[in-house]
Design a protein around this ligand. Sequence first.
Ligand SMILES: Cc1cc2nc3c(=O)[nH]c(=O)nc-3n(C[C@H](O)[C@H](O)[C@H](O)COP(=O)(O)OP(=O)(O)OC[C@H]3O[C@@H](n4cnc5c(N)ncnc54)[C@H](O)[C@@H]3O)c2cc1C
Length: 414
Amino acid sequence: MSLPSSIDVVIVGAGAAGLGAAHALKKAEASFVVLEARDRVGGRGHTVMASPEVTFDLGCGWLHSADKNSFVPIAEQLGFEVDKTIPPWRDRAFGEVFPDRERERFYLAIDDFYERLAHAAQQGKDSPASLYLEPGNRWNAMIDAISTYVNGCELDQVSVMDIDAYEDTGINWRVRRGYGALMAAYGASLPIRFNCEVTLIDHSARHLRIETSLGTLTADKAIITVPTNLIAQEAIKFFPALPAKLDAAAGLPLGVDEKVMLALAEPEALPKDGNLRGLTMRTEMGTYHLRPFGQPCIEGFFGGRYAKQLEDAGDGAIAAASIDEIVSYLGNDFRRKLTPLKESRWAHDPFARGAYSHALPGQSHQRAVLAAPVDNRLFFAGEATSPNFFSTAHGAHDSGERAAKEALAAFAKR
Ligand SMILES: Cc1cc2nc3c(=O)[nH]c(=O)nc-3n(C[C@H](O)[C@H](O)[C@H](O)COP(=O)(O)OP(=O)(O)OC[C@H]3O[C@@H](n4cnc5c(N)ncnc54)[C@H](O)[C@@H]3O)c2cc1C
């Protein structure tokens, strides 16, 4: 598909938000094009075959808040099987490395911690979430580890108000063929120009002038869906500059979360969809999903500073650390049973630069600032702009729909 010279609406980015916006515009029969820097649809939703037997979501995998998740009906419509197996987080623990009694104590401590956070948020007091860790509590380091998985960062980096604003209905499902594969199918019928990196949006004149790696085009309106780190680091520039958007994006950085997939020989020794997590008393630890969907593999998940350190150490470092950790739990025999298949590198990916957004302490209001339209011509979407479902794929999707409605309403007003 060639680049049009002029169009009503340009959507920047073909991730979940861009796809949500595009489908809303398509339904309204508006003229639009999606400009995508990568050669594929989905952004931080990306399914690969890690081996002929193993489907691997390098990015999003869980349909969080599945009873309110807009990708559930989309999956049903497109014939993608939705798997409702209970997630291996609190339940489905395997082995003796984190005995039940200790696990119960840990969950009591973490529940108490989140109650203190909710109470502080009700008082309207924003501060780093780490302030509500009980001094000297033996579980603090592991409570922080959970934050690195959920928020992409340790608790000292995240706002109490932001954690409180997140809506979690507690229902988590999966897409058997992959969340990224679902996004690819959802985007298949859309006008998307791939390998088209937007570098500048000039909004100084009556028409927007959009500079891309494939040339320049003009548009009446633009919906920008790129991750916050790209806005904050000015990978995409605006003229005149938009300092409030830069500040907002900087207050909502993407944290680091990375996944690794290991092939597992003699898989019957381990349960399907089990969880392996050690009683490490450290923040620097992985959490392992045993045989997701019954596949012959183990999926590891790392977050925060530890994930960044491993990713910076280069290809294979996450796999090596996860094999060492699993062997320390299950015994030396497992070293020969595990083979690295694939690991993610989102923090080093130039078009992601991280995993998902969290608000820094004192910055939770920035989600609304980032989401606000500029001059009824520039509209902002993406997971970071979602008021309650930020950091998720469905939050991104819904934000894209919201931005498309704003753009359509602006046309109607003319
Ligand atoms: C390891 C990991 C695990 C996750 N797990 C889950 C999960 O289980 N459940 C869940 O709901 N969410 C999860 N997420 C988060 C989820 O993937 C994201 O919140 C969501 O996909 C973001 O969608 P988006 O459209 O806002 O942004 P993106 O998906 O980042 O889309 C933005 C698009 O813009 C493109 N782009 C960037 N710069 C430019 C440019 N200059 N010009 C043109 N195009 C550009 C990018 O290539 C990208 O395609 C996970 C993420 C990671 C990394």
